[in-house]
Ligand binder design. Structure first.
Ligand SMILES: C[S@@+](CC[C@H](N)C(=O)[O-])C[C@H]1O[C@@H](n2cnc3c(N)ncnc32)[C@H](O)[C@@H]1O
Length: 238
């Protein structure tokens, strides 16, 4: 295989897969994203190229150009390459150019980041499903508020930190209860992880000081974290 599209995991360098790390360690050329742990990029023996500041077209053309030279190219992306990661676009560019590729899945933040904050994205009796969306811009224009307000499933919003006030207001304006449990997890699975929990009506102001990357979780599952974090009280035998 010429090009490996590899998921680096959600932040903690230990959360890459065995196969992913093998590919990184054999890379002639590594093209890596900003969210990738520096320790992982440092494992690549060959040329290392940061993707920061490059357009998607530029990344695609680099993958094709190095791929044509028969080098082992590793495209290392945060989380999983196919979850809000444009991995599909890169794979299509490789197919169009007739270059062989493989996908090495990664641990996506979709479950790992809430999980690291003790929030299960589904939980029997609380949420039978999960919907993940991207905020798209600071007005939350990627979100169909009418569809998600009051929904029984857990709502996860990616890339939504700047849009928190618009997202909370939009959901509430479309009928969501302002008291719906919500949480924002910043830099999940890393030593800098921070979690803020508040009712939906207050989550934007509560999470104001948090930094990217951050994930918004809305739904009753957020409350499970309290039971998991607090030591269980032993029933006192009288
Ligand atoms: C471009 S998407 C990439 C998602 C990635 N492909 C995955 O599977 O996790 C980046 C967004 O994912 C979320 N994210 C990724 N890593 C995160 C982390 N460690 N903590 C909190 N949110 C994270 C944030 O919403 C961030 O803006």
């Amino acid at each position: 295989v010429t090009v490996s599209l590899v998921g680096a995991g959600p932040g903690d360098p230990e959360l890459i897969t065995v196969r992913g790390l093998d590919r990184v360690r054999r890379a002639d050329v590594l093209i890596y994203d900003k969210l990738v742990a520096t320790e992982l990029a440092a494992e690549a023996p060959g040329l290392r190229i940061s993707r920061e500041g490059m357009t998607q077209e530029k990344v695609n053309s680099l993958l094709v150009a190095y791929g044509r030279r028969d080098l082992h190219v590793v495209r290392l992306k945060g989380g999983d390459p196919f979850v809000f990661g444009r991995g599909g676009e890169e794979a299509l560019a490789l197919v169009d150019a007739g270059i062989e590729f493989e996908v090495v899945p990664g641990v996506s933040s979709i479950a790992a980041v809430p999980g690291a904050a003790n929030i299960p994205v589904t939980h029997r009796g609380l949420a039978t499903g999960v919907v993940a969306v991207t905020a798209r811009d600071r007005h939350g224009n990627g979100i169909d508020f009418a569809r998600f307000a009051g929904m029984k499933e857990t709502l996860l919003v990616f890339m939504g930190l700047d849009a928190l006030p618009a997202i909370a207001a939009g959901l509430i304006a479309h009928g969501a209860d302002a008291g719906t449990p919500a949480a924002v997890i910043s830099r999940g699975t890393t030593p800098d992880q921070e979690t803020v929990t508040a009712p939906l009506g207050q989550i934007a102001s509560a999470a104001e000081a948090l930094e990217t990357p951050a994930l918004l979780v809305v739904g009753d599952v957020v409350e499970v974290a309290q039971s998991l974090t607090r030591p269980r009280t032993l029933a006192t035998a009288l």
